[in-house]
Write a protein that binds this ligand. Structure first.
Ligand SMILES: [Zn+2]
Length: 239
């Protein structure tokens, strides 16, 4: 095989590998991000629960104050009862007493309702806190796995960078410029294999004459359709 072509294939494979590292790292980070998002959502729910419980407690306090006011009102009414002079005054007091008793009943019902609601909210809060603890535990494990994976990727990347720069040390300048010109538009597919007599960059069939030249690999051959550099992969590699 033409030595320049051989170098070009190697360089192109390094460049393709290098272009894959960043997405791989992003992919690892994304794994963690979904768990962090879930944990943040749980934290928001927990904060909301605290606010709701506070609200219930302050409503309960207000009802308690109201209740004690009503009770002292009843005591007043009882005192006044002794000094009643007329039938009219008695009726007015009885009505007042009735209303106060109704209000007491209502306040007691409301306190009962608030207490039940508070219990339910506290239970829900406990569940959320357990969920968050589990999530944070998982995040710790995933963080370790992700850090390790990224470290491995970076190690691999360093090896490829090293190999690439070694290759470039003895690389022909004209060939490099030629490659980089194609790479400008073809990105990572500047050098592509021919499979089933088709260019694997543009997927067009190449004619028999060009195909024969590609197989010979004595020269650098460009795809007649798109201009990418073509090569024939070893049969074993292709399989
Ligand atoms: Zn092509």
């Amino acid at each position: 095989m033409n030595k320049y072509l051989e170098d070009l294939i190697k360089l192109s494979k390094f460049d393709t590998a290098i272009s894959m590292f960043e997405p791989k790292i992003e992919n690892e980070k994304a794994k963690l991000a979904t768990f962090v998002e879930t944990a943040e959502a749980i934290k928001a729910s927990i904060n909301e629960s605290y606010l709701e419980i506070d609200d219930i407690k302050s409503k309960r306090t207000k009802n308690n104050i109201h209740l004690s006011e009503l009770k002292s009102k009843l005591e007043d009414i009882a005192k006044k009862n002794k000094d009643v002079q007329t039938e009219k005054e008695l009726k007015a007091l009885q009505l007042e007493e009735e209303i106060a008793k109704e209000q007491i009943e209502f306040a007691n019902e409301e306190i009962d309702r608030l207490d039940k609601l508070a219990v339910a909210k506290e239970e829900n809060l406990k569940e959320l806190q357990e969920k968050l603890a589990n999530e944070e535990e998982e995040i710790k494990d995933i963080q370790i796995a992700v850090d390790n994976a990224i470290e491995e990727i970076n190690k691999e990347r360093n090896v490829v960078y090293q190999d690439r720069s070694e290759l470039l040390e003895k690389f022909d300048n004209k060939i490099l410029t030629f490659y980089e010109k194609i790479k400008r538009w073809a990105k990572e597919s500047a050098v592509v294999p021919v499979k089933k007599q088709a260019c694997y960059g543009c997927f067009m069939k190449i004619n028999d004459k060009t195909y024969a030249e590609v197989i010979k690999a004595e020269e650098i051959i460009n795809c007649p359709h798109c201009g990418r550099i073509l090569y024939k992969e070893d049969e074993t590699e292709e399989a």
